[in-house]
Design a binder for this molecule. Structure first.
Ligand SMILES: Cc1ncc(COP(=O)(O)O)c(C=O)c1O
Length: 448
């Protein structure tokens, strides 16, 4: 039996929340704004399942937007965190687990040295400051549709041309903050070459998601990351590979582990999995670059809770548990979900494209008339979606006990805890959701 469409306890909490918090949520996408209806307030989670305030259980395909690689409340992570909390929660002085987490990151990735921070936003903001400080240049290149946190200079919308200086993507960001940001179409080598030919000696860094997951999953075309690295090197520009989402999730060493043959970024950013569900993130790079940071160098960067011992313990325990077998299980669960969803949508004649970058994947609901589309390569393509079909699909999945990202522009996440019980639940839900997507009409806004 599907769950009822209303969710009275979540609704009550949402009403209270809206009275005291903007939009009732502490991060916008949680509000169900893109799909309509009442966001589910979560009471607890274990393994692949969430339980909401109305006592309903869902298979979780959000996994906290990436961090929960091992599933929720992994007993070893919980035990390690309990023990860390008992030893005091913050000292404002260095600790052994910080050293060990930095060593673990350096061991798994191409960086030699890392600075720990508390969020992915802080990581990318700090990496850009470092790049500007080291190069003495101001311009930053980013790709339309890539998200790197809510850093002023990166909340830049593309203008109308192919190579455009950014316009503020939100009120509150001064035009001056984005005027030094060049926004380019993803996967477009000609646009990159043109921008570097014209502005190369003024560009401090190019920042890119190692594999974009914030416009849905868009795979870098073969050799694109290497091309970016080579183009940057030729112009003395630092390449910042943002692995906040992909790092330690799509492989032991992140997307670079799948795509990094023979090239390496100058700087990298990490977050999500490395915090094990707590606020921890990092940026890193070659020793001589990182040495330009305070206290050794002149580029200032700091944080009261950076390297917080509880967060670091959760992250370190998670990474140590993230063995080859864990990645095999995550990869296999991701492949099975893609297969189940693809099959159900095909059988219901819903035009769609499933795209994956390692075990990170998403489903694009292709517009009627665009059935021939076989891949989405950039933000323009991602925006040509039949969002009404996604909304209908989302709500039918929710009613059948599967919690998807509440937006057509997000990656779907699984964990090593997504076992047969979780996959069976998804298999039962998808035919209903595919039928709902097939029946959806363009003016369906979702529940009010
Ligand atoms: C690729 C990427 N970079 C940076 C961020 C920002 O991280 P945070 O939300 O921890 O600030 C995100 C968040 O989703 C992300 O996906």
């Amino acid at each position: 039996m599907p769950y009822p469409a209303d969710a009275p306890h979540s609704q009550q909490l949402f009403d209270r929340a809206r009275a005291v918090t903007p939009g009732g949520v502490n991060s916008p996408v949680r509000a169900f704004g893109a799909v309509g209806g009442t966001p589910r307030f979560i009471a607890s989670a274990r393994g692949p399942f969430l339980v909401d305030a109305d006592g309903r259980e869902y298979v979780d395909l959000v996994c906290s937007w990436g961090p929960m690689l091992l599933g929720h409340a992994h007993p070893d992570v919980v035990a390690a965190v309990r023990s860390a909390v008992g030893a005091g929660t913050s000292y404002g002085a260095p600790t052994r687990p910080e050293v060990e987490l930095a060593e673990e990151i350096v061991d798994r990735t191409p960086v030699d040295s890392v600075r720990l921070v508390s969020s992915g936003t802080e990581a990318t903001m700090s990496a850009i400051r470092l790049a500007r400080g080291v190069t003495g240049r101001d311009l930053v290149v980013k790709f339309a549709g890539c998200y790197h946190g809510h850093v002023d200079s990166l909340l830049a919308a593309a203008g109308s041309g192919v190579v455009t200086f950014g316009l503020p993507g939100t009120p509150g960001v001064p035009a001056a903050a984005t005027a030094a940001t060049l926004v380019l179409p993803y996967n477009d080598r000609a646009a990159v070459s043109a921008a570097f030919a014209e502005h190369g000696d003024r560009i401090a860094c190019l920042i890119t998601e190692a594999a974009p997951g914030n416009m849905g999953v868009v795979t870098p075309e073969a050799g694109f990351n290497r091309f970016l690295a080579e183009t940057c090197a030729a112009h003395g520009v630092l390449m910042v590979s943002d692995e906040v989402m992909t790092g330690f999730r799509v492989s032991r060493s992140g997307y670079h582990g799948l795509d990094g043959d023979g090239w390496r970024p100058d700087l990298m950013t990490f977050g999500k999995v490395m915090g094990g569900g707590f606020p921890a993130a990092a940026f890193g790079g070659r020793t001589e670059l990182m040495a330009q940071l305070a206290p050794d160098g002149p580029v200032y960067q700091a944080g009261t809770l950076s390297g917080n011992p509880v967060a670091v313990t959760a992250g370190l325990t998670t990474l140590r548990l993230a063995t080859a077998d864990v990645y095999r299980r995550v990869d296999s669960a991701a492949a099975q979900v893609q297969q189940l969803v693809g099959k159900a949508l095909t059988e219901a004649a819903v035009p769609h494209v499933v795209q994956a970058a390692g075990n990170l994947f998403s489903v694009f609901f292709v517009k009627d008339g665009d059935e021939a589309a076989t891949s989405v390569r950039d933000f323009d393509g991602a925006q040509r979606q039949a969002q009404h079909r996604f909304r209908a699909f989302f709500h039918a999945m929710l009613a059948h006990g599967v919690y998807l990202p509440p937006s057509a522009f997000e990656a779907w996440f699984v964990s090593a805890a997504h076992d047969d019980a979780a996959l069976d639940r998804i298999a039962e839900a998808v035919p209903h959701a595919a039928a709902a997507a097939a029946a959806a009409r363009p003016d369906d806004e979702g529940p009010g």
